[in-house]
Each structure stands twice: as structure tokens, then as C-alpha cells.
Design a protein around this ligand. Structure first.
Ligand code: SIN
Length: 439
């Protein structure tokens, strides 16, 4: 086992992990782990954009939209924090160089389901990729940050409810990372589903690890299905290609196999997905169809270049063809229970992003609130970490854990993490039993 010491260990290189690293004081040494390559995170795949409160008159409306989509199960303080801190974080991304679509120097706002108005900033239909690229290139260049790719974290090191880092499989050996503070930002659970828009490597590892230590995890029953994932047999990818909700925001219509409209396309995601499931059950067709062809080829290609060209590769010309779509697992609203500063039930252990549950999304996340959640709450976590990074970690610097792992043990514990998450989901969502993979 190789041992390294760091101040802050960040598990995950999506926007929550990167933005936390960026917001930490440069005097702290930060070690970031990515299970696969750094860009194999859900951030990279996010298409639609990032919601932002337009001005002080939009606070109530944005909060209401988030709560209505969330079936009023949201934590209201978390929602308020999300909304009130949205503008400063988007401004910061803008200043850092994220190439948001603009007109006359102001943001272009688009709309998605459940939003009363246009309040979503975006970079064409590759917002997540642009945010990732901007943050990653900055963080990678910071002298205090080390990013280890293909480093799978599989276990925490907890001593009397104090987290002192953990264990990872890296370069064919076990890496034992002693850290004063640890942030889990390991993403969602889509890799445990047969059909998901997520990166297949995202298998809820952080959630499983934490739950095995009896640190609180909540709301695992709240799993979101995105209404419009592409249905094609031409894709070799394990993940379903997303057809962004922004298409519906900009006028795309849903039709059943008989060519009839059957739902208001801009209702919250869970409502539209349920209507599609019902239609599929009624007609016996495996999909419904999304049609944006009336917008014209030039507009479509300019606004949705990624989707346009990806669909062409699958033989679908969205400027004239209807797009076959069906719901697919997309997002976990539950996860590691945290407060508004990302603090978990263990000391010096934080969580942020999709693996964390502040309660901000309630039972169903409002479209384009995911990257925003990562920004707002990982920055808050960074500010709290800098207050709580005390000598306690220092005192344990030379501590040697009595846990000893071989590579085989590490793989076995990883499997246990996945099985733990599957068990948790099955316990609360019997209806999803057949949707889950075997591990
Ligand atoms: C989408 O573009 O439809 C996905 C964005 C999100 O998950 O909020």
C-alpha cells in the first residue's frame, strides 16, 4: 500500500469537485481522484444549461418553479440558497471564461420544462462540456492541485467518526490517502441502470461507501427519468444519448406513434415522463417522437449542433425527421445527507453534487438546476472547509490505519459499494427492480 498525505481529498472531477478545488485557498494541497478519465463525469454530458435567477423580482418565481417541480418535498432553505446565490456563481463562471451564448454582451436565456420563464444560460447544447473544459484547464494548472485519473476510491478511513481520507486503486496498487478533509463529489447512480443518460462508470460509489459506514443517506427513492433519451439501435455506447429538454423549451413537440400530441411538453420532467410511459403502454410502440423540424435546418444546426450532428450519425435528420425518444434514468435527487455547507454526518467529511442530498430538488429536479446545485453548494463547502481544516488532521498525519487491502480486496469492496446502492434502491423502489444491472 502506498501512502500519501494531502490537506483536502476530492473524490470526483465533475463541476462540484473542480469548483470546490478552485474555491479553496491555494495554501492547501488538494488531491483529486477521478474513477476514469477526468472528463468521464455527468457534467461533461449536460446539454441544456444552467438556471439562474434573473433579478430580485425573479426570486419567488424561481423558488416556486423549483418547489413545484419537486412536488413541494424540497428543503425550502436549500432552495432559497440555490436561487439567491445563483447569479454570483454564473457571473463567476462568465468571468472565468465559460463561453455562454450572448447577445449585445448579455446572456441569451432559454427555457425548459417547469420554468415559468426563460432563465437558463447555456453554451449551445454543450453547456456541461464547456463548463468542464474551462474549470478543468484552470484547476489542472494550479500548483496546489494534483489530479489523479483512473483512481477508483473504494473505502473511507474513519476514526471515531472523523474522516481521515480513504483508499483508492491507482496504477495497480492501493493508494492510502491521508487527508484532513474529504469531499465526496462522485456523481450519480446511472451506471447501475440498464438504461441511463449517465456515464456508465457512475455507480454511486461514494453513496455506497458512506452508507456502509452508517453515515446518513436519504431520499434514495427519488430517481428522475428524463423524458427524451434517443431510442436507437445504431448506438454502440452503453449510455442513452440525451435529447435536451431545451428542444421542447424552444418549441419541439411530442407526438405518439399515431402522430397525436398527448402532453404539454413544458410540464416538469416527471409529469412528461409519466405521460410518455402511459402512451408507450397504450400504443405498444417502444417510443414516442419529438419533432423540431418546423424550426428550420439553419436554426436547428446553429442552436443544437451536438444533437443535430449526433442524430445524423444515427441516420436521423432532425431538420426533417421526427426523433424517436423514450424516458431513461437521468438523475438521483437523494444521496448523502448534507447541510447547506455540504457537511455530512461524519466530521471532516463533505459531499456535493449529485451524490449529495441537501433536499434542494425535493422529489423531482427542475430542469437545469443540477450544474447550479454543484456550483452553489460546492463553493459553500469550500468556504466551510477552510474554517474547519484544523490541526485535527495534522495530529493524525502519521496515523497508520489497521485496514490493509490487496488489489483484489479493493475490487471486492468496490463491488460491495455498488451492491449496497442497488440494495438501497431496491428497498425503496420495488418498481425499478428490473431496471437495475447485475453486479
Ligand atoms: C437537458 O438538457 O434536458 C438536461 C439538463 C438537465 O438535466 O437539467
Amino acid at each position: 500500500m502506498r501512502k500519501i498525505n494531502t490537506d483536502v481529498l476530492i473524490v470526483g472531477t465533475g463541476v462540484a469537485g473542480l469548483y470546490c478545488a478552485l474555491n479553496l485557498n491555494r495554501k492547501y494541497h488538494v488531491t483529486m481522484l477521478s474513477k476514469k478519465s477526468a472528463d468521464e463525469c455527468n457534467t461533461y454530458l449536460a446539454q441544456g444549461g444552467i438556471s439562474v435567477c434573473l433579478n430580485k423580482f425573479d426570486v419567488d418565481s424561481f423558488m416556486n418553479d423549483t418547489m413545484n417541480a419537486g412536488m413541494q418535498l424540497n428543503d425550502k432553505d436549500a432552495v432559497k440558497t440555490l436561487v439567491l446565490e445563483s447569479m454570483e456563481n454564473i457571473d463567476l463562471l462568465d468571468r472565468l471564461g465559460v463561453p455562454f451564448n450572448k447577445i449585445n454582451n448579455g446572456f441569451v436565456y432559454t427555457k425548459e420544462g417547469g420554468h415559468e420563464k426563460n432563465r437558463i444560460v447555456h453554451c449551445d447544447d454543450i453547456t456541461g462540456k464547456e463548463v468542464f473544459n474551462t474549470l478543468y484547464s484552470i484547476v489542472k494548472s494550479l500548483p496546489n492541485v494534483e489530479i489523479l485519473e483512473n483512481a477508483e476510491m473504494f473505502d473511507l478511513n474513519l476514526v471515531n467518526n472523523l474522516c481521515l481520507g480513504g483508499y483508492s486503486i491507482y496504477e495497480k496498487e492501493i493508494l492510502y490517502i491521508v487527508a484532513k478533509i474529504t469531499l465526496i463529489a462522485s456523481g450519480g447512480v446511472g451506471g447501475l441502470f440498464k438504461n441511463s443518460t449517465n456515464q456508465p462508470c457512475l455507480t454511486g460509489d461514494g453513496i455506497g461507501m458512506v452508507n456502509r459506514e452508517s453515515i446518513k443517506v436519504s431520499s434514495m427513492e427519488h430517481i428522475q427519468f428524463h423524458p427524451t433519451a434517443l431510442l436507437t439501435d445504431k448506438s454502440s455506447s452503453k449510455r442513452r444519448f440525451l435529447i435536451s429538454e431545451a428542444l421542447r423549451g424552444e418549441g419541439a413537440l411530442l407526438h405518439n406513434s399515431e402522430g397525436e400530441r398527448f402532453v404539454d411538453e413544458l410540464l416538469p420532467r416527471n409529469v412528461v415522463a409519466a405521460a410518455i410511459f402511459k402512451e408507450i403502454g397504450k400504443t405498444g410502440s417502444p417510443c414516442v417522437y419529438l419533432d423540431i423540424s418546423h424550426k428550420g435546418r439553419e436554426n436547428i444546426r446553429k442552436r443544437f449542433p451536438k444533437i443535430y450532428f449526433q442524430c445524423l450519425e444515427y441516420g436521423i435528420d432532425i431538420a426533417k425527421d421526427r426523433i424517436p425518444v423514450a424516458p431513461s434514468q437521468h438523475y438521483l435527487m437523494g444521496g448523502i445527507s448534507v447541510d447547506l455547507f455540504g457537511r455530512t454526518g461524519a466530521n471532516n467529511l463533505y459531499a456535493a453534487g449529485e451524490c449529495a442530498c441537501t433536499g434542494v430538488h425535493g422529489g423531482n429536479r427542475l430542469a437545469s438546476n443540477s450544474l447550479l446545485e454543484c456550483l452553489v453548494f460546492s463553493r459553500r463547502a469550500a468556504s466551510d472547509m477552510m474554517k474547519s481544516i484544523t490541526s485535527v488532521g495534522e495530529a493524525y498525519k502519521d496515523y497508520i490505519s489497521d485496514k490493509v487491502f490487496s488489489i483484489e480486496d479493493g475490487h471486492e469492496v468496490s463491488r460491495k459499494n455498488r451492491l449496497e446502492v442497488i440494495r438501497m434502491i431496491k428497498e425503496v423502489r420495488k418498481d425499478l427492480e428490473n431496471e437495475l444491472v447485475d453486479c
